[in-house]
Design a protein around this ligand. Structure first.
Ligand SMILES: Cc1cc2nc3c(=O)[nH]c(=O)nc-3n(C[C@H](O)[C@H](O)[C@H](O)COP(=O)(O)OP(=O)(O)OC[C@H]3O[C@@H](n4cnc5c(N)ncnc54)[C@H](O)[C@@H]3O)c2cc1C
Length: 394
């Protein structure tokens, strides 16, 4: 295994090598309030960060609302429960850190957590190189952290442990287009002209939406903040899940990519760790690798393209002859995501600036708005929510 391949595979699961030591050293922190917490808070977005922030505010007894653009919660944790007999994670799939992150997010030691995740088995599982068919062992790859949810997903975790404390506070179908923080209260306005105000605001709108300029800030954000928003790179994102009548593939099929410029691409056994006899192969692709699929003209062209590239890996017609059904998720076509996540090679400093609050009134939480140590994941989004709430109330 060459070093660039090692880096590539670390990146393929959405985690870049330099970050892994940082992540493994991340620890939980409880939040504490001073005597002057805000009376009311608005959170924009009901994804991982928005729900995690609301959950912490509820624990503190602070009044809040969550304004969500779409008709549902979860954002990029979306899953499909009707494709096969286990939930298909259309966005976030792997747990990139220690499962202790679950209790860190719940922030309540009295809660009994019942979520099973499975790690890969370095002596039994292996991948192959799509170009030359060479076997790649997982121990060579160094997949020691990433875990799959067993018959469950990141979204299921949030539904069970976080949503109950925030569900009644979510106002759906409220895309916010204007944020006015020029006076004491923060006033936000949705596309219907409906205004909401509160003492403080937490923005969890995905970075690509802010880059598009569809949300106006008054006054304008400080230059260093706006420049970080404009300059950060957000990867395109496309996932596919294909059911086959037999399992002709190993745990991973790896492609040689240049993650820094082209993004990442990987086929993987999506049924891994599930209590299921259905054979589902996943495709994870971000950056220009994802655009290869996105830019095809139709879903029938996409599935033909994938079956052909899988046939080529196995030098036979095995993928086409075993094909049963597929489902796709194009993240670029989601109007309130418009892409996958900030790319793994973004500058730490820029992400740090993305996470900074403005005027002690407008706070940013979400996978792009972190302390700069880690980004582009559910755990990073949830941790940034904890940081924002802590900063707001202390
Ligand atoms: C293809 C792909 C694979 C991934 N794989 C993994 C993985 O394996 N593991 C992992 O940990 N992470 C993974 N991620 C990343 C993970 O999904 C995200 O980092 C995380 O879900 C982001 O949470 P968030 O709350 O910051 O943003 P989001 O989940 O995007 O939530 C933001 C919310 O704000 C709403 N919104 C947007 N604009 C407005 C507006 N103007 N007004 C009101 N509401 C608005 C959106 O509808 C959304 O509900 C993956 C993501 C993608 C796309």
């Amino acid at each position: 295994m060459k070093r660039n391949e090692f880096l590539k595979m670390c990146g393929l699961l959405g985690i870049s090598l330099p970050l892994q030591s940082v992540l493994s050293s991340c620890s939980s922190s409880n939040i504490s309030s001073n005597n002057n917490p805000p009376e009311s808070v608005i959170i924009i977005g009901a994804g991982a960060a928005g729900m995690a922030a609301g959950h912490l505010l509820a624990q503190q007894g602070i009044d809040f609302k969550i304004l969500e653009a779409t008709s549902t919660y979860g954002g990029r944790m979306k899953h499909n429960t009707s494709f096969v007999d286990f939930p298909i994670p259309l966005g976030a799939e792997w747990l990139h850190v220690n499962p202790s992150i679950f209790s860190e997010i719940i922030n309540d030691n009295s809660t009994n957590i019942d979520i099973t995740t499975v790690g890969y088995n370095s002596s039994l599982d292996f991948g192959i190189d799509a170009e030359d068919g060479e076997q790649i062992t997982l121990s060579e790859i160094g997949l020691v952290i990433d875990r799959k949810f067993a018959n469950s997903t990141w979204l299921s975790f949030f539904e069970t442990y976080v949503l109950p404390s925030v569900a009644s506070k979510i106002i759906y179908n409220s895309p916010i287009t204007n944020i006015d923080y020029s006076s004491d209260a923060v006033v936000v306005t949705d596309t219907d002209g409906q205004e909401y105000n509160a003492e403080k605001l937490i923005v969890t709108i995905p970075l690509k939406i802010l880059q598009n300029g569809s949300v106006n800030f008054n006054p304008q954000l400080p230059n260093n903040k706006q420049n970080a928003i404009n300059d950060a790179t957000v990867w395109s994102g496309f996932k596919a899940f294909i059911e086959f009548s037999n399992k002709f593939y190993p745990t991973f099929i790896s492609y040689t990519t240049t993650p820094e410029t082209a993004g990442q691409k990987l086929y993987y056994d999506a049924s891994y760790g599930q209590n299921s006899i259905q054979n589902v192969l996943g495709l994870f692709s971000v950056g220009t690798e994802a655009e290869t699929y996105i830019n095809l003209n139709s879903d029938s062209e996409r599935i033909d393209f994938m079956l052909n590239e899988l046939n080529a890996v196995f030098n036979s017609n095995i993928a086409s002859s075993s094909y049963i059904q597929h489902t796709f998720q194009n993240w670029n076509a989601e109007p309130y995501a418009d892409g996958a996540y900030v790319y793994d090679y973004e500058s730490f400093n820029r992400v740090y600036r993305l996470g900074q609050s403005v005027n002690n009134k407008v706070y940013f939480a979400g996978d792009a708005y972190t302390t700069g140590n880690d980004w582009g994941s559910v755990h990073a989004a949830a941790r940034s929510a904890k940081r924002a709430v802590q900063e707001m109330i202390s």
